[in-house]
Design a protein. Structure first.
Lengths: 230, 690
């Protein structure tokens, strides 16, 4: 599922500064599932925006909340309580797909992103989502024991490991697992090391990955941690 | 679980009602013969609102004081908490609530009481319950009672160590205050006949109960020290002198026999009970058996009486024989004996407590005829309380098999409905169907609940109580009554999923401490298992979960109105976990909160999420204080952790928008007293800048 994380508040406030009538538009799809862009998050964000506006002495602004089943399907747009172009701005808290699609469906409306869309994830534990797919368009998982080298190798190599692997860790950061070491161990355990030694032709990259390894989204309140910090 | 999924379209139609979210009945209510709303009155009591609790109790239970003492409490027998660690002590909570209000119990009279006059024969539970309902419907009931006081068996036979006379009087007076005329000292069949009543009244209801003791044709049974049980108990109830000697033998193994035995103990006698049944077969409640044994009563099982041995005009013993079986293969009462095995038990008085039967004296001068068992004969339709004589009805134990006071009340209430239909010229059709109710709790869910043992009823030590007529059980003190009411799981009040909003995200399943939500295409929450903690409601990202029995936005509305009432200046909303709080705090009668603080008590803080906290700030609160119990002290396992996490989350959110994070604070109530809460509120207030 697509995972997205809320944009920093300063960025949202700056984006919305010129507008008076704003709709916070939630999506009932992936971003509800990853607890970033559901109706409840829209309520919370609208609450924050109202409080921020009040603190800034702006009495002229209005924040509404709406939610449709998915912002990436044309038919669900019919669920909207009001047409989007009746607002000065729509802060969509769907993934980038929803933002883009809504602005395409309502060309007169100003649709702005409330989230940063990050990755394709699985929910690995309560309150934790982790990236499993690089979305490269040319899936390699059959040869890598199901571990995505685009995601897990900081260099996105399709023929690893590189010389920088050290006791299972990546040279980029000693806190980060070496993706190709993980693949090696997995194939070894499965008795399929011939897949490891196979040489794959170089992948053609049309876009750069940022090389930070698996990205994580965490929602503290959903994690099983005890700490309480001010 | 609902048969039909709840949708947001259906929710949208819910204007000002919770109709779609109505809670199913809990089994306690279904099992109660008058279907008292146990869950509702326990909830009110748990929130310290004893007046509201008493109102709910009195709505259905006419003999609330009496039932608080002596009800056989089928509610408790069916309480789902019994499958966790012990049924809620429902009767004791009721006793506390009703006793607290005492004679000041609110009376809701019919606005106009100008309908037909109805005569009722017998002022026992059935007669008075019928009279009350008829009066509430606007009829003018008059109850005739042969004894000089009203109350029936509870007044004339149930011994005062279990049920003092003034407790009975409280209920009788409360019923009379509804416009019920009670005429005592008038025996129908002797002082007046049913025919007389038929001339004066539009309808007559016979509720004369089982006023006579059954006897045994034993040799020696005509001796003056052979006492029929009701004769004995009535003499005890009215403090009449009794000659029972020093060594009493009670024949019988039922609750009435136990009452006689324990009364005889209090008269200073050594007491034995002899019965056909063994320990398992005997009909007396197990707790009555224990209480009698503790008071020194000895039980002789599986023996049948043969002869009362009288020597020189005095009873010297009871000859008895072995019982080889009590019930036949079809479980029908059909005792057989071994005459070769006989013995004599020494005694100098015998009480015959082998059952009661109707006293048909009231039939003199009336066409109503009893059936072969001495019960009042019905007309064609057995379900309508009609007798063979038009306009004459019957209810209570004269009709039903012997049972309990509350069952007799239910029968009386039913008859009142029948009489209302009859007098309104409608066909008598009584519908006994009850709404659906939830079943027992499943073992897996029961396993996950925090154990919370039933509070024992305060009881006088056996050696002390056996020597006096004081009540042997005492009313719970307030903290115990509160703790006990809070053991109720509010069965059936749980979460409901609005399916078209659900994204099947699994969050509800993940946060539920009891693993109740089942998420397939959408989440479904079985209300029979849900514990109504509200943790999933606070967490659901789709806002797809709503609580049953409440307006979906009730809490936010409450906060808004509370903040609106605070004076200008700094305002604090304190959400307080009320699981251990006293009644005065809950109801705002304790020492006042510091100026500017609005307190919102919740049965658990688990229902509170970031949205509710932020909503309070949005509503105008300068600060929000969340007061929790220490970890593990709440009714739900994860409340504390969630409260910490949610307050932390709100603090971050406040910081993000440049507001002081201290506007959301958490305090752990380290001791279960009000001073700690007030101190936390004051600290919170003082720490706020604006
Ligand atoms: C010793 C004993 C202990 C019991 N303990 C319990 C208990 O702990 N818990 C419980 O729930 N139940 C108990 N019961 C059962 C309970 O008392 C009865 O189920 C209930 O009282 C029946 O109510 P009723 O209105 O049908 O009859 P009753 O209570 O018998 O009332 C009938 C009334 O009619 C009057 N009457 C009779 N004939 C005439 C007449 N001709 N004219 C005028 N008035 C007349 C009688 O005097 C009496 O007041 C006990 C019963 C007995 C005998
Ligand atoms: S726990 Fe409460 S609601 Fe549930 S059965 Fe017992 S008394 Fe009734
Ligand atoms: S938390 Fe809400 S959206 Fe998620 S599965 Fe449960 S009901 Fe559905
Ligand atoms: S979290 Fe609480 S309210 Fe929700 S399903 Fe579980 S027990 Fe019920």
């Amino acid at each position: 599922m697509i995972v997205a994380d809320r944009k920093p508040m300063e960025e949202i406030l700056a984006m919305l500064a010129p507008y008076k009538r704003v709709l916070v538009l939630a999506c009932g799809g992936c971003v509800t599932v990853c607890v970033s862009g559901g109706e409840k998050q829209a309520d919370l964000l609208a609450s924050q925006l109202k409080l921020a506006a009040a603190a800034a002495g702006r009495a002229d602004v209005q924040f509404d909340v709406d939610c449709i089943t998915r912002q990436c399907d044309r038919e669900f747009a019919a669920m909207l309580k009001k047409p989007l172009d009746q607002y000065d701005a729509v802060l969509s808290i769907a993934c980038g797909v929803g933002v883009g699609f809504m602005s395409e469906l309502a060309p007169q409306a100003t649709v702005l992103p409330g989230l940063n869309t990050t990755s394709y994830d699985a929910s690995t534990a309560k309150g934790v989502w982790q990236e499993y797919c690089g979305g490269c368009g040319d899936c390699l998982l059959a040869e890598t024991g199901g571990i995505c080298p685009i995601v897990r190798c900081s260099k996105g190599l399709t023929n690893g490991t590189c010389g920088g692997t050290k006791t299972g860790k990546c040279e980029v950061s000693k806190d980060m697992d070496c993706g190709w070491y993980l693949i090696f161990k997995k194939l070894q355990a499965a008795g399929k090391l011939e897949l490891y030694t196979k040489v794959r032709p170089a992948k053609k990259w049309s876009k750069d990955r940022n090389g930070k390894g698996a990205r994580r989204l965490t929602h503290k309140e959903l994690m099983e941690t005890e700490e309480f910090s001010k | 679980m609902r048969d039909v999924d709840l949708t947001s379209a259906a929710m949208a139609k819910l204007t000002g009602t919770t109709e779609l979210l109505d809670r199913e009945w809990a089994p306690c209510r279904n099992a109660c013969p008058v279907h008292a709303d146990v869950r509702a009155y326990l909830e009110a009591a748990a929130a310290g609102d004893f007046v509201a609790a008493a109102e709910i109790i009195r709505r259905d239970i006419p003999f609330a004081s009496i039932c608080g003492r002596i009800c056989h409490h089928p509610c408790e027998q069916n309480c789902r908490r019994a499958d966790v660690e012990g049924a809620v002590a429902i009767r004791e909570v009721k006793r506390f609530v009703v006793e607290g209000l005492g004679a000041s119990a609110p009376v809701h009279k019919a606005i106009l009481q100008n309908k037909a006059a109805v005569a009722i024969v017998g002022a026992g539970p059935a007669g008075l319950a019928a009279a009350l309902d008829l009066a509430k419907l606007g009829y003018r009931p008059t109850v005739f009672e042969k004894f000089p006081v009203a109350g029936g068996i509870p007044r004339t036979a149930i011994p005062k160590y279990r049920l003092p006379a003034d407790v009975v009087k409280q209920d009788v007076d409360w019923i009379a205050a509804h416009g019920v005329t009670i005429v005592t000292g008038v025996e129908i069949g002797k002082d007046k006949t049913i025919a007389d009543l038929q001339k004066q009244f539009a309808a007559v209801l016979v509720t004369t109960g089982l006023a006579k003791s059954r006897t045994l044709p034993l040799p020696g049974a005509d001796h003056p020290r052979v006492l029929p049980v009701l004769t004995f108990l009535e003499a005890v109830a009215f403090d009449q002198p009794l000659d029972i000697g020093k060594n009493v033998l009670v024949i019988g193994g039922g609750n009435v026999a136990v009452d006689a035995a324990r009364s005889a103990v209090r008269l200073g006698a050594r007491v034995q009970m002899m019965m056909l049944e063994d320990e398992q077969e005997m009909p007396a409640w197990w707790w009555e058996q224990h209480e009698a044994k503790d008071e020194g009563v000895t039980f002789i099982h599986r023996r049948g009486p043969v002869e009362i041995v009288v020597k020189g005009g005095k009873i010297t013993g009871l000859k008895h024989r072995k019982v080889t079986r009590v019930f036949d293969e079809a479980k029908k009462f059909s005792p057989t004996y071994d005459d070769a095995d006989q013995a004599v038990a020494a005694c100098d008085a015998v009480i015959l407590a082998i059952g009661q039967m109707p006293d048909l004296g009231f039939l003199a001068g009336c066409d109503v005829k009893p059936d072969a068992n001495g019960r009042v004969l019905f007309g064609i339709n057995k379900a309508t309380h009609e007798t063979a004589v038009a306009g004459v009805f019957a209810a209570g134990e004269i009709v039903t098999p012997p049972g309990s006071a509350v069952e007799a009340c239910a029968s009386g209430q039913r008859a009142a409905k029948a009489i209302d239909m009859f007098l309104s010229g409608k066909p008598i059709v009584l519908n006994d169907a009850t709404p659906p109710y939830i079943g027992t709790i499943d073992a897996q869910t029961a396993d996950k609940l925090i154990r919370c043992d039933r509070n024992p009823t305060p009881t006088e030590p056996a050696d002390v109580r056996a020597k006096n007529w004081n009540e042997f059980e005492h009313t719970f003190p307030e903290p115990t009554a509160l703790a006990e009411a809070r053991r109720c799981m509010s069965c059936g009040s749980g979460a409901e999923v609005v399916v078209d909003k659900c994204a099947a995200c699994q969050t509800c399943f993940r946060v539920c401490p009891f693993d109740i939500p089942k998420v397939t295409d959408v989440a479904r929450i079985d209300s029979a298992l849900c514990q109504a903690c509200g943790l999933c409601m606070a967490a659901c990202p789709a806002n797809a979960i709503v609580p049953k029995g409440y307006e979906p936005h009730a809490l936010r509305d409450r906060v808004k109105s509370a903040v609106g009432k605070l004076p200008a200046g700094k305002k604090v909303v304190a959400f307080i976990n009320g699981f251990h709080a006293d009644a005065a705090s809950w109801t705002g009668k304790a020492d006042p909160a510091p100026a500017g603080v609005a307190e919102i008590y919740l049965s658990s803080i688990s229902r509170l999420g970031p949205a509710e906290i932020l909503a309070a700030i949005e509503a105008g609160a300068t600060g929000v204080l969340v007061v929790t119990e220490p970890a593990g002290a709440d009714r739900y396992p994860t409340t504390m952790r969630k409260a910490h996490a949610y307050v932390t989350r709100v603090r971050t959110m406040l910081k993000e928008i440049g507001l002081n994070p201290d506007r959301a604070q958490l305090a752990v109530r380290t001791a279960a007293n009000r001073a700690v809460v007030v101190a936390a509120e004051r600290d919170c207030m003082n720490s706020l800048i604006r």
